[in-house]
Each structure stands twice: as structure tokens, then as C-alpha cells.
Design a protein around this ligand. Sequence first.
Ligand code: PEP
Length: 251
Amino acid sequence: MRIPVIAGNWKLYKTIGESVAMVNELKPLVAGIEGVEIVVAPVFTALGSVSAALSGSAICVSGQDCFWEEEGAFTGEVSPKLLKDAGCSHVIIGHSERRLYFGESDDSVNRKVRAAISAGLTAIVCVGETLEERDARATFTVVGKQIRGSLDGFSADDFKQIVIAYEPVWAIGTGKTATAEQAQDVHEYIRNLVLMLSGNSVSDSLRILYGGSVKPDNIKGLMAQPDIDGALIGGASLKAATFAEMIRICV
Ligand code: PEP
């Protein structure tokens, strides 16, 4: 049994006040819902306040990125230890926007995942192909390379703190969702690859989320697929009522 994860990536939206207001609205809407891991990922500056507002609630808090060093002369960076200190239990690593705009590579993702796990965080590791790569029928090659590089060297124990998010770049923020079948094909490919690389028990228990324009009207079909274990949601996670509606559909 894999407990589904519904994670909201707030990207570069919301002040501290807006973030706290959002979780205060969300809390009663999802109170008592069981059997799903709910995660919100506000901007760095709001993490402490959001964590405090969520104290005593089952909603988890995530960073949107981290650095691999614990501390040192690394101006502007935030370490997994500091995310923990701010109340996080999760961190998103290797989001396609970081790969595209900030030069994130499979190697840097790998180092960040290692550091996140050491600090006791659950790493939500993002992979996904561009439209050009899909059109060139290179989806499996691209995603396979990202998985091998980003997750090379992790043990079965490490994988207990790893969640993969398959997010086709062409579906993120575009309103174009992969069909449930397109998503399932890639999720199945990822699970089989992890089976080959890390064995049966790791692949069986690994949560693989889908991300890319997930909305209340498409989440049910996606979640019905055997290898889709939740969603990483950007735009549609910014409103408490919509986010709660999607969580309810999943349980
Ligand atoms: C994301 O930010 O990871 C994402 C999937 O965004 P959206 O849901 O807006 O496509």
C-alpha cells in the first residue's frame, strides 16, 4: 500500500501573510482526512510562519529547493538542516524550472537529494521531458537518464525518503495535461527502471507523483492509474478550496 501524496508547489507566489492565511483556510477543509500525505511548499521566507501555523496539523511543509552543503560560505543558499529548522519535512529537488532557469543538473540533484536525506527530509525529485523530446520519441530515454543520474547510489533505506514526481515540462503551467494513459506509461516505465536498479521492494513502495496542470477535473482519472501515487500541483494549489477539493477526490 502506497500512501498517496498531494503536494502544492506555490513557486514564487504569496507573501508570508498570504501563505499563513492560505493554510489557516486549508486546515479546516482537510481536517480529519486520512490516508493521504498533504504537503505545501511555500517560498523560503514563509516556511517558518507556515510551519508555526500548521503546528498540530497533519499538513506537511516543504522547501522548493535546497543546497547540498550543511553550512559555509555559500551566499544565498539554504541547507536541508535549515529547512528542518524552519519546520520542513519535505523538499522539492530538481524541479524543471530550476533545471531550465538555474542550471540544475542530474549531478546537482543527486547531491541535494543525498543532503536532504541525511538531514531527515523527504526529497520530492522531479523529472520530465520537454515537448521537443516527446515529439522526438525520446521521453523514456530522457526520463531514464534523469532517474539514473539523480538517484544513482541510493540504498533501499534512502529510498524510503524519496518520492519521484514525473512532470512533463510541456504540461507545467500550460493547461495541457498529459492524458492519464500518457502519464501512466511513463510512471510504469519509471517503476520498472527502479525495479531493475534497486529491486522489488524499493519499486513497490516508491511513490511516483504526476505533475503538470493537474486540476479538480482531471485528478481523478490520473489517480485511477495503477502507478500514479499522487500529484505535485502548481497553479491549482494556490487556492485553499481548490487544493482541498483535489485532496478529497484522492481519498
Ligand atoms: C509544478 O509547479 O510542479 C506544476 C506542476 O505546476 P502546474 O500544476 O501549474 O502545471
